[in-house]
Design a binder for this molecule. Structure first.
Ligand SMILES: CO[C@H]1[C@H](O)[C@@H](O)[C@H](O)O[C@@H]1C(=O)O
Length: 673
């Protein structure tokens, strides 16, 4: 059973019964009580009471609950009718449920129960998973088996795993889920699929989770029999309105639509010469009477700027600021290209003050070793959230959480890494990325290391002999992937299609922006994409204070150097090494870090259960082998371009370039395009 339990594990047997009671009766309050009974891991002398803040006996205490909003919670010892209790409360039953999970988390990470005082309200309103799940059960960029949704047996059969899924999400504050892939099929909007989605919505509702659907823009043609999907055509708008009404009859709290339009072959308003705002607003009008929203993705390839793909989303969307309806959010990937191991923050953050921007992170590790490589994404997420946009003290987090422009509609989306694998995410450590996403969506100011610790304690127990090395491994892991795949700001050097292994030599694909050579631009003289004023001038898309830093290689952080600059191989890094030496050293460092992680994990053999120990040990051995592969294949290629020798004392690639080019990754999942 343990393999299915994620971070919600009872760590210590309950010593004697903890008295847990409840005032009020809703399905969600009952869940809050049941969760505490099930998972409060240690005994408390204090009875625990679950109750709404509006319950007369609680409101008589005049507790500070006004600013907890709809989802916040307060946990604290109080005296009720002369009797001391630990009160778990909130203004809504969802708040109470989050409070119960906060108390469980607090206890499972070593906190005292009796004296617990916990209080928090989410900073972001919509905390949403995006499933790239297809109706045939496959998952685009999913590395954890097939889709969790058993479309065939829905709506009749509600697999208990749907409840487990909802529970895990609720435990970290996730309150929405988009069920189907953004590369959407119109079928997902037909009556049978609406009924299936409604069954899932019924399961998720008591856990505070709303269901959303990805909408295919051309659905009025494909399933509606119309001749056009032009958003300015009244018949098209009427079709969507009727469709929304139909969905809301089945799912009264349906969240709304997510749309990928005019991107990678998806239809959209641009097909008719209409703008993204025209398309989004037409859908927004359809869901508006029901309180729904539209999440319109900014991930587009536009012909407006063939010279630099990194500029296209901004070029297309920035002029639309202020043109979107008030129930539209524009959903922007964290970086301007595509979920690379490291990208500078997307220039749209801070550039569309009149539009609520939703952050889109990828939890599934499409470009970071997929299921097997250990890469804890907490530091990737926080690095972006903490980035300063250059407009006063504004950070990306303050744009996303609405603080910057006082937006009420705020959101964070994470592309899910969940499938029907025994451990849900294809590997134990991948669970941490789901966990970290939820925690940061609740509060983008949380610290990545603190989240890692909290997760490790709940997952492996509080023994510091386990927790300390696990946190250490996690905190180094993402940088190791950056080092062995593409250090110093290199990006998109993966083999195309599956995106798993190295392919810096790939140059023959039809679209220039699919070819790694387009991104690294390595030649005999140098390497890197010039996005400064002498190049594509993508730097000008940032606010002046940031643009100025990025325009100059000396003031660009070295971790992002080759993203913005094309530099000679003998360019001097701050360390005094040449660019080439610094690159080689980082590739080596990446491999060495994985070797260290492996040693650390080896040392935990006696302290972690055999099943999870062995799986992670096997994965780390795969990762070490492939980190070396990445390093060797990359160095062999760079040497073929620059003709430079390796610095003294550095091991040469094991094989020649031709050998690496001939390899494929037959086991790599993912779909080529
Ligand atoms: C859903 O399609 C994906 C595609 O598989 C992926 O390679 C890329 O990351 O981005 C696309 C997107 O985000 O739309």
């Amino acid at each position: 059973e343990d393999g299915y339990r994620l971070w919600l594990r009872t760590q210590a047997p309950v010593e004697g019964p903890i008295a847990i009671s409840r005032l009020g009766d809703t399905p969600t309050l009952r869940l809050a009580e049941a969760e505490l009974r099930r998972d409060l891991p240690a005994a408390a002398n204090l009875p625990v009471l679950v109750a709404l803040a509006s319950d007369p006996s609680v409101s008589a205490l005049r507790l500070p609950v006004a600013d907890l909003g709809n989802e916040g919670y307060l946990v604290r010892p109080v005296s009720l009718g002369g009797r001391p209790v630990l009160l778990v409360t909130g203004n809504t039953d969802r708040g109470v449920l989050y409070g119960a999970f906060a108390l469980i988390r607090h206890a499972a990470s070593g906190g005292q129960i009796g004296s617990a005082t916990l209080r928090s309200a989410p900073k972001v309103k919509l905390r949403v998973l995006n499933h790239w799940d297809n109706l045939d059960g496959t998952v685009e960029r999913g590395y954890s088996g097939e889709s969790l949704w058993d479309w065939w047996k829905l709506p009749d059969y509600r697999d208990p795993r749907y409840t487990d899924y909802a529970r895990a999400n609720a435990s970290i504050g996730i309150n929405g889920t988009v069920l189907n892939n953004v590369n959407a099929k119109a079928d997902s909007l037909t009556a049978p699929y609406i009924a299936k989605a409604a069954a899932l919505a019924d399961v998720f509702r008591p856990w505070g989770i709303r269901v959303y659907l990805s909408a295919r823009f051309s659905a009025p043609i494909e399933i509606g029999g119309l001749k056009t999907a032009d958003p300015r055509d009244p018949a098209v708008a009427a079709w969507w309105k009727a469709k929304a009404d139909e969905i809301y009859r089945a799912i009264p709290d349906f969240g709304g639509f997510l749309v990928k339009a005019n991107s990678e072959g998806q239809p959209g308003p641009r097909d008719y010469g209409a703008s993204h705002a025209d398309g989004a607003n037409m859908l927004a009008a359809a869901v508006k009477p029901h309180g729904g929203i539209v999440m319109w993705r900014a991930f587009v390839y536009a012909d407006t700027d063939p010279e630099d793909r990194a500029k296209q989303a901004y070029t297309e969307f920035k002029p639309l600021d202020g043109k979107f309806a008030d129930n539209v959010m524009v959903q922007v990937k964290n970086g301007a290209i595509d979920f690379q191991p490291r990208e500078p923050f997307h220039p749209l953050f801070g550039a569309m003050p009149r539009t609520p921007l939703m952050m889109e992170f990828q939890i599934t590790k499409e470009y970071l070793g997929q299921a097997t490589h250990l890469a804890y994404l907490g530091p990737l997420f926080t690095e972006v959230l903490e980035a300063k946009t250059g407009r006063g003290r504004e950070t990306v987090a303050s744009v996303v959480d609405g603080e910057s422009e006082r937006h009420q509609l705020t959101g964070m989306a994470g592309v899910a890494n969940i499938g029907d694998d025994r451990d849900w995410t294809g590997g134990t450590f991948n669970q941490a990325n789901w966990y970290a996403f939820g925690r940061l969506a609740w509060d983008p100011s949380l610290d990545a290391a603190a989240i890692a610790r909290e997760w490790a304690q709940q997952t492996f127990g509080t023994d510091p002999r386990v927790v300390d090395p696990v946190v250490d491994m996690m905190m180094r892991s993402r940088e190791a992937v950056v080092d062995y795949t593409g250090p110093l700001g290199l990006a998109h050097v993966m083999a195309t299609g599956h995106h798993y292994g190295p392919g810096p030599w790939v140059s023959e694909l039809q679209r220039p922006e699919w070819n790694p050579v387009y991104y690294h631009r390595a030649d005999r003289q140098g390497i890197g994409f010039d996005r400064s004023r002498t190049g594509s001038n993508a730097v000008a898309q940032y606010a002046p204070a940031v643009a100025k830093l990025y325009a100059n290689p000396r003031t660009t952080p070295e971790s992002e150097l080759l993203w913005f600059h094309h530099l000679p191989w003998d360019y001097r890094l701050k360390s005094g090494e040449t660019l080439w030496e610094g690159m080689v050293r980082r590739y080596d460092r990446g491999v060495a870090t994985v070797a260290t992680m492996r040693r650390e994990w080896d040392g935990l053999r006696a302290l972690v259960d055999a099943e999870r120990w062995e799986k992670t040990a096997a994965f780390l051995s795969i990762q070490e082998r492939e980190a070396r592969w990445w390093r060797d294949a990359s160095l062999a290629y760079w040497q073929s371009v620059n003709g430079l020798p390796l610095p003294a004392g550095v091991a040469a690639p094991e094989h020649d370039l031709a050998w690496y080019k001939a390899q494929s990754f037959p086991h790599a999942p993912g779909n080529p395009h």
